[in-house]
Design a protein around this ligand. Structure first.
Ligand SMILES: Cc1cc2nc3c(=O)[nH]c(=O)nc-3n(C[C@H](O)[C@H](O)[C@H](O)COP(=O)(O)O)c2cc1C
Length: 208
């Protein structure tokens, strides 16, 4: 059965009015329309925040597998679980709001567990290589202000989308499709108009 892994990172879960989650809902709706039997695995980083990596986790990252102690294995178990969740998904959906011009720290914590030497990337002879087999990734971004799109006045302030795109590419995920909703902190009418347009862009992408 096709498995969709959905990772949400806005600190506004449920009916909190999250625009990035609304966009991700639309992506999942379209994926499910294509494959009604697809399983959706949800990793909600607001409802179940991940701890930051620890000293032991880092020691585990750099210890050869045959030398791992029980303590180091325990320290790696969350990273193991998150990497296995990622690798076992056929399609990945990530939703992210811009917080202080970058990804929310909840998502950065996920990144630090998942981007791991000899598991999701290699480094040999001075060269990095991705170790995650490519598969479709859809990313839903929300921005409070307007102007982050290519050529816009805030393009150079966006350390979220270029960062996440690079990181996904770095571990081998190059089939990345991104959607954005901007101006989410404007007045209600303007926000509704931006949201309608962004949701329509998702539908148009899947209809193409
Ligand atoms: C802590 C915090 C930092 C934010 N930083 C920015 C920012 O740097 N640039 C911006 O355009 N909007 C910023 N915003 C606004 C959010 O990106 C916007 O409200 C977005 O819609 C939040 O995502 P959500 O609707 O999925 O919860 C910030 C919001 C919060 C709560």
């Amino acid at each position: 059965m096709t498995r969709i892994l959905r990772i949400d990172s806005s600190a506004r879960p449920g009916n909190g009015g999250s625009r990035s989650r609304e966009l991700a809902d639309q992506i999942v709706k379209n994926l499910k329309a294509q494959e009604p039997d697809a399983e959706v695995v949800i990793r909600d980083l607001a409802i179940a925040p991940l701890p930051h990596i620890s000293n032991e986790t880092i020691a585990g990252f750099y210890t050869p597998p045959e030398q791992l102690t029980d303590d180091l294995r325990a320290a790696l178990s969350l990273s193991d679980e998150l990497i296995s969740e990622l690798k076992s998904a056929d399609t990945i959906v990530i939703s992210a709001p811009i917080y202080n011009f970058s990804v929310p720290s909840a998502l950065k914590a996920w990144v630090d567990h998942v981007v791991r030497i000899n598991q999701t990337f290699s480094y040999e002879d001075g060269q990095f290589g991705g170790l995650v087999a490519d598969r479709p990734v859809y990313v839903a971004y929300a921005y409070g202000a307007v102007g982050y799109a290519k050529g816009g006045p805030l393009e150079s302030y966006d350390f979220m989308r270029p960062y996440l795109t690079l990181l996904l590419n770095f571990i081998g995920l190059t089939s990345v499709t991104s959607f954005s909703v901007e101006g989410t902190t404007a007045d209600d009418a303007a926000v509704s108009a931006s949201a309608v347009e962004a949701l329509a862009q998702v539908d148009a992408q899947f209809a193409a």
